[in-house]
Write a protein that binds this ligand. Sequence first.
Ligand code: ADP
Length: 303
Amino acid sequence: KVTVFGSFVVDLMARTPHLPAAGETVKGTVFKMGPGGKGFNQGVAAHKAGADVTMVTKLGQDAFADIALNTMNELHMDTGRVLYSDTTETGCALIMVDENSSQNEIVVILGACNTITDQEVDSLEDLVGQSEYLLTQLETNVSSVERIVDTAYRKGVKVILNTAPVQPVSDELLGKIDLITPNEVEAEILTGIRVDSEEAADKAADWFFSKGVKNVLITLGQRGVYINTGEKKGIIPAYKVDAVDTTGAGDAFNGGLLAALAEGKDLWEAADFANALAALSVQKIGTTPSMPVREEIDAFMAA
Ligand code: ADP
């Protein structure tokens, strides 16, 4: 049993011949709407990979909330611990993609999932206490992340922190993290060390260790992942695939990592499983909908 605590937003994506300038209206070509948010993507990835996931996020009372709930119901995910706001709308992301350059402009309004109160987090004590792992990110309000991590830490539940979207985090928070999973950019922003070699990754890992983090895993895009447990370190290569959309690769990876760790795989095996899951996801467009099911992952790894 694992808990994923994090954001939900509806992705509203428009493809356009060029990104509009201020005041300009452009006729776009394709519109797509679907579930997203780092927390939700990671929860769905872990669930589809076979984990017993309880997803905690916060929604408004509106049509966008139904997109989250319908997705969860279709996937047979438990919706019982979802939180609701009476006053704030469900989050959404307005994404414009230039179909020639693939450059994008995004405005994200986190909405309800940015308003999680201390009392709401405290209502999750029992759930967290029964979990083997808590996976969270930095996309809901920081106070909620700090509180849920503290709850897990007090109960001896292992915390995985995916440091996205990156922002400063307190030493107190870092001291409660069992496994931190930044990408290279996030690792550099947090540690001040540019992760451009394995020696540099060692230094970044040492920085995290000095703050009390137990295990460090830095995702390296198509190169795979760097892992350092303090006792053992190394790089697990990614799978070679033709990527069509790497948005959400980190989310796929973190969900896969959680699912594998919850099954009792060690960190090295879990990272390989997560690499496979992410490699499958980058071959499809979208975030939540591009997460593979367990059979696909097993077949891919066996091939
Ligand atoms: P983020 O999406 O947070 O920027 P990364 O780019 O580091 O994170 O990607 C996360 C993981 O996704 C990588 O560690 C790797 O397993 C997988 N991945 C990302 N890009 C590719 C790719 N082009 N081919 C295969 N796997 C990839």
